[in-house]
Design a protein around this ligand. Sequence first.
Ligand code: ZN
Length: 484
Amino acid sequence: MQSAVPRPPTAANLTGRNPQLLWAPRAWLGGDAAAHWAEGVCLEVDASGHWKAITPGVHTPPAHATVLAGPALPGMVDAHSHAFQRAFAGLAERRASDADDFWSWRDRMYGVALRTTPAQLRAIATQLYLELLQGGYTQVCEFHYLHHQPDGTHHPDPATMAWALADAAQDAGMGLTLLPVLYERAGFAQPSLRVDQRRFATTPGFVADLQRSVQRSGRALLHAGVAIHSLRATSSQSIAALRAEVGDTDLPIHIHVAEQIQEVRECLVAHGQRPIAWLAAQGLLDARWQLVHATHTEPTEIDAVARSGAGIVICPSTEANLGDGLADMPGWLQALVPMAIGSDSQVCRQWAEELRWLEYGQRLQLQRRNVAAAPAQGQSATAARLFDAAIRGGGPAAGFARWGLRVGARADVVVLNDHAPGLLGVPASHTLDALVFGCDTPVVRDVFVAGQAVIREGQHAKQAPVAAQFVAAMDALWHGAVLE
Ligand code: ZN
């Protein structure tokens, strides 16, 4: 097989580019049919950076095609990210007192949030987005609540921190769905935020205005939706007001829903129902809603979400790191609820490991193997079922009607290095199985976003300067800080 390095981007913006043709020796094609490996696939990109035509069975690459150097997968959506927490990864893994849980972790994380400047956020996020691209993600949903100046007053441009994230995504060449967060109180019974949450305070009007100004910017690869921090952090009236601001538009609406048992108990006291049950009973849920950390649920809540068309977002590495608990993955899969994955606190930046831990948590809990597989439905491959679920769930979570290797979707593709140790000698039919369960070294070779190569042979063109800026930001952020 001929190998070739993907050609460099032809233009910085996405309009007016020449259409181009990629050819993959094999590609994971889904669409309306069951996903499968197809041999000899021509992938034609239109001038707007979307797939114009996808044609399998072309066993000799056309003369003018860019030949991809390995198996091709659709890009993955990282459906839940707090970019600034990349500066905290690995720095909260010590326990100095008897108790350490989600809430004590959160108090320490706020210390980072209070110090981060716009320039530091941009440096941290750019490093993160490079790593996410190298981990096979091509779109990230930022659940963005770090808005204001350290004293809590608005920046002269209230969207300053949002632009820092948008600039980071643009520098990295990654798609971004920015989700400004409604965040107004410290708990169900609290009238306002804590002092150390002062940078997060928003109203429905602020969130809607920020969403609109991001969308109006017209930047390439930049989209916006809205988010509600959680039921504990927002009043019913404000949720209704934000819902009214969104109206009938098709914006994604994300919410942290049931990450901790404690918030489920408090919701029962405040609203008389568990969080998902309450959202469903209010008639709020529809296909735009994304329930992040749908961890603590009753079967009736899963049924209600399935009826509504809403999706869920699971963040396996973070939920493990924070001791949140395990979602009812078999229940969600059986109910055919769209299920995306997220990197959340950034302790892991590659989707293959997220899917591995999603399955391993269930195996450890249930003392069974291949929990996600569904042989009765002809889906005996665990990795393929999880991967397809995350691809199908990721598109709507990021606000896309079409996602993946499908005509009309953005032309994102991830090319695997089939010379990586974990893939060596693996039959083509088992590439995804080995990728998720048998690889512990990087396997992503090249990544294209909107038809443009952003990762080549595992490297990003700006990798060295971005890393240097990240290190400088970390030095400034942690200089003099007391690490437990
Ligand atoms: Zn979160």
